[in-house]
Design a protein around this ligand. Structure first.
Ligand code: PRP
Ligand code: URA
Length: 208
């Protein structure tokens, strides 16, 4: 079973509370998605690989380090888009590979509409970015795409997960660790996370 990391960071708990609130306007909602994503990315990148690199300070030689992993950020459109910019600030050299999926409202299954992954991948680790892990269908399909592309290490980074989606990801991709800000109670009949935050795409882009 894959590693499930639920953040216990007080800043994340505080910001997530404002994010969930129904009267938080899109501008503030986008800011909070960005800020929480940065904090989660800090936790999801704790095991990136480094190599030693000696540098000169004004006083002496010092042992430094540089990342050897090449990171790919993989936002699932639309809602994952809001998680990209903050994480790019931490990882300015990351590549961004967009995946377009939407959920069929009847079946709740993901429908693919954009995928331009061009082999071979130059990245050694990919972070799938999507605020909501609901049924888990979108995350599972995206991890399959990245595996077919040839990426060795994949992680999922999201804001809120439902038990159903976490279980599906852990069953289908036991090698993909999951990083979340919170796990909620259940899915409703329309596949929305309860209590959740509503529709993450609509709330970011003012389309609800
Ligand atoms: C939402 C969300 C995820 C997906 C999660 O996307 O951003 O991609 O649902 O649900 P799942 O775990 O059941 O697959 P949506 O289909 O609403 O598209 P949007 O981001 O374009 O609004
Ligand atoms: N997608 C969302 O945006 N919200 C949910 O609660 C579930 C799927």
């Amino acid at each position: 079973m894959s590693h499930l990391h639920i953040s216990s960071h007080p800043l994340i708990a505080h910001k997530l509370t404002h994010l969930r609130q129904k009267d938080t306007p899109p501008k503030r909602f986008r800011e909070l998605v960005r800020e929480i994503s940065m904090l989660l990315a800090y936790e999801a990148t704790l095991d990136l690989n480094l190599r030693p690199r000696d540098i000169e300070t004004p006083l002496a030689t010092a042992r430094g380090y540089e990342l050897t992993d090449r990171v790919g950020l993989v936002p699932i459109l639309r809602a994952g888009l809001g998680m990209v910019d903050g994480i790019l600030q931490l990882l300015p050299e990351a590549e961004v590979w967009h995946i377009g999926l939407y959920r069929d409202e009847e079946t709740l299954k993901p429908v693919e509409y954009y995928n331009r992954l061009s082999p071979p991948p130059r990245v050694s680790v990919c972070l799938i970015l999507d605020p909501m892990l609901a049924t888990g269908g979108s995350a599972v399909v995206t991890a399959e795409m990245l595996k077919r592309w040839g990426v060795a290490r994949i992680k999922f980074v999201g804001l809120i997960g439902a038990p159903e989606g976490i279980q599906l990801m852990q069953t289908q991709h036991p090698d993909v660790p999951i990083y979340l800000a919170a796990v909620d109670e259940h899915l409703n009949a329309r596949g929305y996370i309860v209590p959740g935050l509503g529709d993450a795409g609509d709330r970011q882009f003012g389309t609800g």
